[in-house]
Design a protein around this ligand. Structure first.
Ligand SMILES: [Ca+2]
Ligand SMILES: [Ca+2]
Length: 398
């Protein structure tokens, strides 16, 4: 992690927008009907409610709204990189489900982070030391915030989606890890139900981590920060492990190649994502709890968040399918096709969401409900005309 730059947010707080009253309605609250209406309006409301319920169950919004511009305080000024990867269009499909668990293998996560409120599970440690709290060493908190800061809640910034974070401590109190602590963290994350696993840590050798990822390959995907060496890492230096998705860093704008600092690159790179001046939450270290940080530590959680969003939209996707979606939708940069700098390309959140939505089965249940509702309405009309007896109440012919 490089030094955190601290933008002066003090004056901006005075103009902080209040949380909108309709936030819940715009994100996932399923509509229902109420009150008394004519039979026709009731029928139309039932049809709409059934379809909306099916879409909500599928992780889709109840209506096709235009691309969302979140009201998070720092979003418009500091999170242009989310526009770059198509986040607003993706959020029109889903803003993420808390039922999807993202494991952050790091230095713990501060559960008191306001933008993560209620979505941080109790920590676990796979080291010989204690569970860390993301306060003493706040790197893990910052990584988690990039994945899962609340969206459109009027405070701070936006993450990739409203996922649940599982903090797994893989460092000692000095911030150092071992490959075996990381590998055990991968196994433990999968055992706890995590679908996406983020490793924003450099380690001596990734071989044990790759072995663990292979063991859980039918349960989860493992995303690893490629590193900040600003140099090529050869196959000898960093083998292209089949079960680890290495994420290199790009600029947060169309310049693509990270200049002035520098991501690692090489044969192991699978994907890339913005890594420069990424908004992070950290209530311990940063003024006002937010700041900008740079490094592939913050690119890997963006990629992991994209996977988690795909699973929010269709929980039945296999890890292999999600990986395919990530790779096939990525925005190709640099040399055509896969290359050592960008891998398959820069994460394209809009493309991921659209591809995941395309895999959602037809809402057969909703259609059945619509048919049943229509039949019920038809029977009610006939009953009023004396043609059908109620199934549940005795009927007296007159
Ligand atoms: Ca927020
Ligand atoms: Ca390319």
């Amino acid at each position: 992690m490089i030094a955190v730059r601290r933008p002066d947010f003090r004056d901006m707080h005075a103009a902080a927008p209040a949380k909108t009253a309709d936030g819940a309605a715009r994100f996932g609250r399923c509509p229902n009907s109420a009150g008394r209406f004519s039979p026709l309006s009731v029928a139309l409301r039932i049809v709409r409610s059934c379809l909306a319920a099916a879409l909500c169950c599928a992780g889709l919004p109840p209506s096709s709204a235009s691309a969302l511009t979140p009201n998070d305080f720092y979003y418009s000024t500091y999170q242009g990189y989310l526009n770059l990867i198509g986040a607003p269009a993706a959020w029109d499909v889903s803003t993420g489900s808390p039922s999807v668990i993202v494991a952050v293998l790091d230095s713990g996560v501060n559960a008191a982070t306001p933008d993560l409120a209620g979505r941080v599970l109790p920590g676990i440690s796979t080291t010989t030391g204690p569970v860390l709290d993301g306060i003493a060493i706040s790197h893990g908190t910052q990584v988690a915030s990039v994945v899962a800061m609340d969206i459109n809640n009027g405070i701070g910034g936006a993450g990739i989606g409203r996922f649940t974070i599982l903090p797994i401590t893989v460092t000692n109190t000095s911030g150092s890890n071992t490959s075996y602590w990381l590998a055990d963290g991968v196994r433990r994350a999968a055992a706890e139900g995590a679908k996406a696993i983020v490793i924003s840590q450099s380690t001596l050798t990734y071989a044990p981590v790759n072995q663990a990822a292979a063991e859980v390959a039918d349960q989860a995907l493992v995303f690893v920060a490629a590193g900040n060496s600003n140099a090529r890492r050869s196959e000898a230096a960093l083998p292209n492990y089949e079960h680890l998705i290495f994420v290199s860093g790009t600029m947060g704008d169309e310049r693509a190649v990270w200049t002035g600092g520098g991501s690692s690159w090489g044969p192991a790179v699978d994907l890339s994502a913005p890594a420069v001046s990424v908004l992070v939450a950290d209530p311990t270290v940063l003024p006002n709890g937010y700041g900008l940080n740079s490094g592939t530590s913050f690119a890997a959680p963006i990629a992991a968040g994209a996977a988690a969003l795909a699973w929010s939209i269709n929980p039945d996707l296999s890890p292999t399918q999600v990986k395919q979606i990530l790779f096939s939708t990525a925005t190709d940069l640099g040399d055509p096709g896969w290359d050592e700098v960008f891998g398959h390309g820069r994460v394209n959140l809009a493309g991921v969401a659209a591809a995941a939505a395309a895999t959602v089965p037809e809402p057969a249940a909703a259609i059945s409900l619509v048919v049943l509702a229509a039949v019920g309405i038809g029977r009610a009309g006939l009953r009023r005309r004396g043609f059908v007896r109620s199934r549940f109440a005795p009927y007296t012919y007159r």
